[in-house]
Design a protein around this ligand. Structure first.
Ligand code: ATP
Length: 371
């Protein structure tokens, strides 16, 4: 069983020194056997450091790392049952593809016929069979990355670790390799841990996604769960493109109705709350709150409706399949709505919006957590 368990895992670079830096802050996470877990987050959030601690390339300064039942904190990288694929491929330029893939096995003194069998099998899986005599320089970026993956496969690890493996590839090749790695996961049935800053990769590849920020885990969930039920504003804003819109304000009572009132001097909007948002508003009382709604959960109309909110179109961005409207509320806050590609709205026009409250959220301004 290749479960990977992080308990209060902590990393401080240069501990005790003036420039010491705590990059990972006591995180708890269980990566299940055969799971594809993606670590995602902005640059510097500690995702690579976490992966490198699992790999044994970075010393663990606190907490416990287990693979299966074994504590791995002080186990040599080569004895952890893992294989890592790097962003820069790390191939040996003077060796053929065969030798690049066979290198680790030769070091381990694996018998020659066993090496050949394993390299041939990996080459077959990755479509590299006809290129095994070539050197890396005679390959495209995508092919090189495949060799790097092949080198991991031949070792038959319990756990594959990927550190931004696709970031040096062009957009088209990235999409292709993304599906290849997903297919590989299904075929090899191994635990895979994958680091990326790209939320599309995270959403499309992960069984579950671990969103990190400033050395902490913000949420761990299945992709759609993260998208539909973010626990805080960071996750809500990080997952989804264009991102969720946020309106600052507070909840107010008037004539027996509870409203969310936008912050602002001139004509702030007031939205009568229903369902889950009403319960959240009652919990929040008069403390500052943030109303969050995704661009696709806003309906834009040129006619005024019951409880509709006015806004002015600033920019229209046709994307082909749909159009993004950049709007301003009358109080001057900007936000984005997705509408059909074919629409008749004009720049500068005042339009009337409905927010789908079943898909919207209220967050506490101070903690930024979902109420
Ligand atoms: P990126 O996507 O940019 O690689 P990341 O989320 O993977 O970001 P890490 O590489 O894990 O981030 O780095 C986390 C933090 O630790 C960063 O602020 C980084 O500057 C710092 N850091 C990384 N390596 C070292 C080091 N060897 N010494 C000191 N600080 C480091």
């Amino acid at each position: 069983m290749a479960t990977v368990t992080l308990s209060k895992l902590d990393k401080t670079y240069s501990p005790g020194k003036k420039d010491s830096f705590r990059a990972v802050k006591g995180i708890d996470l269980e990566i299940r056997d055969k799971e594809f877990m993606v670590f995602v987050g902005p640059s510097g959030c500690g995702k690579s450091t976490t992966l490198r601690m699992i790999a044994g390339l970075e010393e663990i300064t606190g907490g416990i790392l287990k693979i299966g039942e074994q504590i791995m904190n002080d186990v040599e990288p080569k004895n952890r049952g893992i294989a890592m694929v790097f962003q820069n491929y790390a191939l040996y330029p003077h060796m053929t593809l065969f030798d690049n893939m066979a290198f680790g096995l030769k070091l381990n003194k694996t018998p020659r016929d066993e090496i050949k069998r394993r390299v041939d099998e990996a080459a077959d899986i990755l479509g590299l069979t006809s290129m095994l005599d070539r050197k890396p320089k005679a390959l495209s970026g995508g092919q090189r990355q495949r060799v790097a993956v092949g080198r991991a496969i031949v070792r038959k690890p319990d756990v594959f670790l990927f550190d931004e493996p696709l970031s040096n590839l062009d957009a088209k090749m990235r999409v292709q390799m993304r599906t290849e790695i997903s297919r590989l996961h299904a075929r090899l049935d191994a635990t895979m841990i994958y680091v990326t800053h790209d939320q599309v990769e995270a959403m499309t590849m992960g069984d579950r996604i671990c969103v990190m920020k400033d050395g902490n885990i913000m949420q761990v969930d299945e992709p759609l769960q993260l998208y539909n039920n973010p626990k805080n504003m960071f996750v809500a804003g990080f997952i989804g493109s264009p991102p969720m819109n946020f309106f600052d304000g507070k909840c107010v009572e008037a004539n027996g109705t509870t409203y969310f009132e936008e912050a602002g001097e001139t004509e702030p909007f007031r939205l009568a709350l229903k369902g889950q948002l009403l319960s959240a508003a009652q919990k929040q009382g008069t403390k500052s709150a943030v109303f969050g709604v995704r661009p696709e959960h806003i309906t834009v109309s040129d006619t005024i409706g019951e409880d509709s909110i006015a806004a002015i179109i600033d920019v229209s961005e046709p994307m082909g399949a749909e159009t993004y409207l950049y709007l301003n509320t009358l109080a001057g806050h900007s936000f984005i709505a997705k509408v059909e590609a074919e629409h008749a709205f004009k720049i500068g026009q005042t339009v009337h919006l409905k927010f789908n409250q079943e898909r919207a959220a209220l967050f506490d301004r101070e903690s930024e957590n979902l109420i």
